[in-house]
Write a protein that binds this ligand. Structure first.
Ligand code: ATP
Ligand code: MG
Length: 271
């Protein structure tokens, strides 16, 4: 990346989330430290239940921290008021496993996209300009604007919903995009398309993507830096090559065992 190496966009110290009390107490995220560099592609990889989505929710400010601090662009993040949250969400956005869960089902697609324009630009733009921006966003994700107006998100196919989510991000232009298993619901072909679109969007708007996944192969394919998560902790992190091709932890090797193909390629490359 052509970025300054000390340009940290998001970092955390001792970030912890504990759900429940007494016998129901679950430490979902357990004192994790991290620093994400601007412009890098980051992946957080771990098994089901390792705390990935919980961490993503804390990074987004959707759930509070039980302990620890998060810093955005070097400053302690303060999102106590609704106004501060809105301001933060201009910079930090997400797409989730289930695109359907990301939309308010009672809002039509134009309203969904107009909300994004309003969050970013306020109310001052003329209508024609807003329509042009929505058309451009739809073009970027290969959706036809004419076929979308006046429809509800649930009237779209799964793949179209995924692309609509990316159109939202195109309009919002956040500095950070958290993508929690963005491709798990779709077939391999649209999966590659979605990833390509996210990577294009990354260069187009210069955002820092954070992929959250159990798929270590995907992490290797897309990322500069990988964090391996086990039982709420980061057990290993570093460049994708170091972590995935030269894992130090048994847990990482175990994740890799589920991806025989990657192993074979690696074995061949070492001969
Ligand atoms: N709202 C909640 N209340 C109580 N416990 C929760 C809540 N959300 C998550 N947990 C627990 O926290 C732990 C981590 O869950 P989390 O959803 O973060 O895992 P994950 O890594 O995203 O898993 P997956 O790969 O299956 O999505 C799990 O033990 C889960 O049961
Ligand atoms: Mg999850």
């Amino acid at each position: 990346m052509n970025m300054k190496s000390d340009d940290i966009i998001l970092s955390g110290k001792g970030v912890t989330k504990i759900y429940g009390f007494g016998p129901n107490r679950t430490v979902a995220v357990d004192h994790v430290d991290f620093s994400f560099k601007r412009g890098e592609v980051i992946s957080i990889v771990g098994e089901s239940g390792s705390g990935k989505t919980t961490l993503a929710k804390m990074l987004l400010g959707l759930t509070s921290l039980s302990d620890g601090q998060i810093y955005f662009e070097g400053k302690l993040r303060d999102i106590r008021t609704h106004r501060q949250k809105r301001e933060y969400w201009k910079n930090c956005q997400a797409i989730f496993q289930d695109p359907f869960a990301s939309f308010n089902i009672f809002r039509k697609i134009d309203a969904v996209l107009l909300d994004c324009i309003r969050l970013r630009h306020g109310r001052r733009l003329p209508d024609e300009q807003k329509v042009e921006m929505m058309r451009e966003a739809c073009r970027f994700v290969n959706l036809k604007w004419e076929e979308l107006t006046n429809k509800y998100p649930f009237e779209l196919s799964g793949g179209q919903q995924q692309r609509l989510m990316i159109a939202r991000i195109f309009l919002l232009r956040p500095k950070i995009l958290l993508a929690d298993e963005p491709t798990s619901m779709i077939d391999a072909c649209s999966r590659a398309t979605i990833l390509d679109m996210l990577m294009d969007l990354r260069s187009e708007i210069g955002m820092t993507p954070i992929f959250i996944t159990h798929d270590i192969g995907l992490a290797y394919y897309v990322s500069d830096t990988v964090y391996i998560m086990e039982h709420g902790r980061f057990v290993e992190s570093g460049s994708a090559d170091d972590v995935i091709l030269r894992p130090k932890e048994a847990y990482t090797r175990r994740l890799l065992d589920d991806v025989p193909k990657l192993h074979e390629e690696w074995d061949l490359s070492t001969v």
